[in-house]
Design a protein around this ligand. Structure first.
Ligand SMILES: [Mg+2]
Length: 404
């Protein structure tokens, strides 16, 4: 049985700002924007959380709750620089590391414990070193599975260290609220509650096949998680050959600039997916369907391979403008990124411009992961805001299953 350590920097953006400017330590600091700006708090410090501000609280509301609060825009380059240093330290503890985000990782420490005398001592030493060298506080979970280590890392924050021995797992999960299980969001929680299931222990007692009937493949995943097991990886990333996003419209659209906004939005979603898979694409395909169901498809090359929507979009735009020739409304549009290639995300020797773009995208993905899609809205898709409702993960398009 392996031993895993999950580590998460507490209030990462804010902690970095406090690390750089120590006079901010202990104060209610909020990263996301200035007091008078539109938008939301991307990361409140623990002092700000204690006064009622959460990730996603509108800035104006946060300013009302904490008039003496410190509001910062935040600097993605600094965050990335700290993230790099954070991972340098982690790699020294175990090279067998799964990067979850800029400030979160899961390490297989099975073979690394011995010199420290125990898993807890290793965890304490790591936590201490990150505090001394970066002035970042972290929360750590150590457990016999990856999923249990992640849940344990959330058990006590900030600066927590929770160790679960194999013999502790049963009791820990027996009383764990289902919402703490990765993969159980608000909707799943609600359904489980309606079924009378409130804890992971109760969930683990339900037959897997039944959960599969109710929740599909996600049911099998949460069944394994509820027992503290990692389960079978559900999707082999290597097997993915393309990523597509498409949506239909309630009313046919003829305005090409509105159609291009949709293409950009779908491309943005697909490109983000590629980034999470550490892949780049060499081919982009578009399709659109006229009101009379004639479907047009076109493909273009992306050279060099990319997962950056801004460098791919010109290809999409010119393909669309070239092929949208009839004076007819359009009922559906879609984008596919194909010809996928793996790439290693350490190309720090590239020229500055590419490097800057890459880091901005990482920052963008991170802010959206933390604060929802609308933490950052780009000009190109802003025009969609009059058409669609804003959900947590993006615009609620008419075909939501395909819009993620
Ligand atoms: Mg964190």
């Amino acid at each position: 049985m392996g031993i895993y350590l999950y580590i998460d920097v507490d209030a990462f953006f804010t902690s970095v700002e406090q690390s750089i400017n120590r006079s901010l330590m202990g104060r209610p600091v909020m990263v996301g924007g200035l007091k008078h700006e539109r938008g939301v708090v991307a990361c409140p410090s623990y002092e700000a959380r204690a006064r009622g501000v959460r990730t996603g609280t509108p800035l104006c509301e946060a300013a009302r709750l904490i008039p003496d609060g410190v509001f910062l825009k935040g600097d993605f380059h600094r965050f990335q620089a700290y993230s790099d240093r954070f991972f340098e330290i982690l790699y020294r503890y175990s090279p067998d590391l799964q990067r979850i985000s800029q400030d979160e990782a899961c390490l297989d420490i099975t073979g690394a414990i011995r010199p420290f005398g125990g898993a807890r001592q290793l965890g304490e030493s790591l936590q201490q070193e990150i505090w001394e060298r970066l002035a970042l506080s972290t929360s750590i979970g150590i457990a016999p599975s990856r999923v249990a280590s992640k849940i344990a890392s959330e058990y006590k924050k900030p600066m927590g260290l929770t160790l679960l021995e194999p013999g502790d797992l049963h009791n820990f999960f027996a009383r764990l609220p289902v919402r703490k299980i990765p993969g159980v969001g608000l909707t799943t929680e609600k359904i489980l509650h309606e079924m009378g299931i409130r804890t992971a222990g109760q969930l683990a007692a339900i037959p897997e096949q039944y959960l599969k009937t109710v929740f599909g493949i996600n049911g099998l995943k949460i069944a394994a998680y509820s027992r503290g097991e990692d389960g079978i990886p559900l999707r082999d990333h290597k097997a993915i050959r393309s990523v597509s996003r498409e949506t239909g419209f309630a009313d046919d659209i003829t305005d090409s600039s509105v159609l291009l906004s949709h293409f950009y939005y779908l491309l943005e979603r697909a490109a983000r997916k590629l980034r999470t898979l550490s892949k780049k694409s060499t081919t982009v395909r578009i399709k659109f369907r006229y009101a009379d169901f004639q479907t047009i498809e076109a493909a273009g090359r992306i050279n060099p391979a990319s997962n950056d929507q801004n460098s791919i979009f010109p290809v999409v735009r010119s393909m669309f403008l070239r092929t949208f020739t009839r004076r007819q409304g359009i009922r559906l549009v879609g984008v596919t990124l194909a010809g996928l290639k793996n790439y290693i995300d350490n190309q720090t020797f590239l020229d500055d411009r590419i490097e800057k773009g890459r880091r901005l995208l990482q920052g963008l993905d991170y802010a959206r992961q933390k604060a929802g899609f609308f933490a950052v809205t780009t000009g190109r898709t802003f025009s969609l805001s009059s058409r669609y409702k804003r959900g947590d993960t993006g615009y609620e398009l008419r075909t939501p299953g395909l819009s993620q």
